[in-house]
Design a binder for this molecule. Sequence first.
Ligand SMILES: Nc1ncnc2c1ncn2[C@@H]1O[C@H](COP(=O)(O)OP(=O)(O)OP(=O)(O)O)[C@@H](O)[C@H]1O
Ligand SMILES: [Mg+2]
Length: 281
Amino acid sequence: MNRFENRPGSAPLLIVRGLKKAYSRRSNLWSRHVEAVQAISGVDLEVARGSTLAVVGQSGSGKSTLATCIAQLEQPDAGEIWFDGTALATLKPAQLGAYRRRIQLIFQDSAQALNPRMRVNEIIAEPLEIARAGNKSGRHSTVAKVMEMVALSPDLGKRSALQLSGGQRQRVAIARAMVLNPELLIFDEAFSGLDLIVQEEIIGLLHSLQAARGLTYIIIAHDFGFSCQIASHMAVMNEGKIVEQGETRQIVTNPMAPQTKVLLASIPRFPRHIATAGGQV
Ligand SMILES: Nc1ncnc2c1ncn2[C@@H]1O[C@H](COP(=O)(O)OP(=O)(O)OP(=O)(O)O)[C@@H](O)[C@H]1O
Ligand SMILES: [Mg+2]
């Protein structure tokens, strides 16, 4: 537990209750028949302040749908999302904007999607401009602070995103998400394209940001071993439902759901130390 993490009895930062989301899709390209796909079907989740939750599960189990609903990029069909004690569905659009800034979602493609015609400084400043936060010099100093926070040297600010390495681009994507001072960051396969050393550097960076600022993370990753190493808590999804959730240590040493057992077995040689090291980020 870090110094920001929920003390026993204090309220979680995020509570999700009975969340459901269905999509409609054609059964094939030529068909007129539209079928409903229940992407998530009754998800209950709690995320403690200052903790790291890994959401794991097979492809198509609903992880990204859950993330986009929590980040308010999709409207759920049913259920409730409580953030910092407020039910988001009760907020008026103007109030919702402020909450949206407190929850940032970073995709695998966020780094690739950076506008190549803009300089790094402008890319990072853009969310501040859209939010009309502060004046020009205030925004300038916020960008400089955030770049320092994610260990991007100031001279990279004048480059285009095309002139950066993959790891640097990912730091720019994180800086862009950090600039509005969020409390919850959701990473959806955000580290998949990076080589192991860069992945470790970024994880180290997230760890120190969490220790310094009490950030809360939800990390979606295909690599189960990686998730076990970085997350204090874990939720295992299957067919739109959470089949098991709890502390990583507990889940790894005593898995209950068959899907968790399958995921554990998928790690070729599961190092013993991981079982006791859950919660590094
Ligand atoms: N926009 C959409 N329109 C139609 N169906 C969708 C849409 N988004 C997701 N789905 C469907 O909802 C289900 C859950 O998808 P989701 O992307 O949430 O899974 P996931 O666990 O993130 O998978 P992956 O690990 O492959 O990223 C899948 O059956 C998917 O095909
Ligand atoms: Mg996904």
